[in-house]
Design a protein around this ligand. Sequence first.
Ligand SMILES: Cc1ncc(COP(=O)(O)O)c(C=O)c1O
Length: 379
Amino acid sequence: MSTYNNQETQEIPLVKKFPKLKVLPHVNLINSPTPVEKMMRSSEILGGMNIWIKRDDLTNSKYGGNKLRKYEFVFPHIQKKNKKRILTVGGLGTNHGLANVIIANDFGIKTSLFLVDQPLTHHVRENLLCDYYYGADLNYSKDTKGAVYHILKDLVTDWSSYYLCVGASNSVGTIGFINAGLELAEQIKKGDIPEPDKIFIAVGSMGTVLGLFIGLELAGLKTKIMGISVLDENLNSTKKLQKLIRKTMNRLRKIDKSIPDVSKKLFERFSMNRSFFGGEYGRYTYEGLEAIEIARNDGIELDPVYTGKTFSALVDFCRNNPNAKNETILYWHSKSSVDLSSIYNNVNYKDLPKEFHQFFDGTVEIDDKAVHCIRKKKN
Ligand SMILES: Cc1ncc(COP(=O)(O)O)c(C=O)c1O
């Protein structure tokens, strides 16, 4: 049984704004609102900027980051369908997969992860060890085709399973970030932060950025969203984005017709930049590694796969735009900062299913080579 309760649903920004949405299954998983703080040192290092951070790394004390916002809606939705096992997919080091198994345990739901190749790094190893520790059923599928095959096979044989798409970016999970956009609007209203001119945020499966867009639009803010993709276009295309926004708006408007359909305004506010991901999901970039060093001056730990690249785009913007000094820039910190080292340091990789041993015993080498993301800009 879940250890969470949903007493606070009427208090969440989304339901305060649209009370009819209280019928949406929701559970309180987030320490909200997550703090907004000025990044004093980074602002100074970059030449007198006005850079702020939204601390979504602190969403939950077991595992923070952006996923928890989606799960506030996804898990009760799955529970309502009476499903007992989640089948989901991701890279070998998927943060979504790990966050999923940690939270699913509290709901008495099992997690099967179907994992596909990405460059092998220490972080990938750590997440695999933690997945195992938290009880995930680990399956190595090599590539997406293999993962889909296994998932379909499982779904037809086990009716109590629920397929959760990569990154939990379905029309239910996305609602969590609509709520996040409205949460930020409340913080602006309270005077915790000036209205940002720009938000820099990592984009993978797109639910995070899309929900944020809808939330800001519904709140009537003017902030532009700078989405920094960590994937190739075939994995998070504009077409997929448009499909997701249509489905999400439909889901909400079925409950409350008065909610404006904001899908048409998407590209007035949001731009997707693919210049900073280094040409391959999970590949480190020199600019991302430099960004990690800059943010450390504010005591903020970024990762090389999502948030380092996002912050490197922010650094690039500050360095190359004479007007940047006049703007309020918000960096959305989407990764967990919970320290799991006492877990992964105490798991023996030999306890994992055999097909994963190759990622620890030297058969597959650590691949933390960095590339210049500028190389991709030329393509
Ligand atoms: C740390 C981090 N930031 C950002 C994202 C991107 O979120 P989304 O998949 O909703 O685009 C992810 C996705 O896994 C992530 O792990």
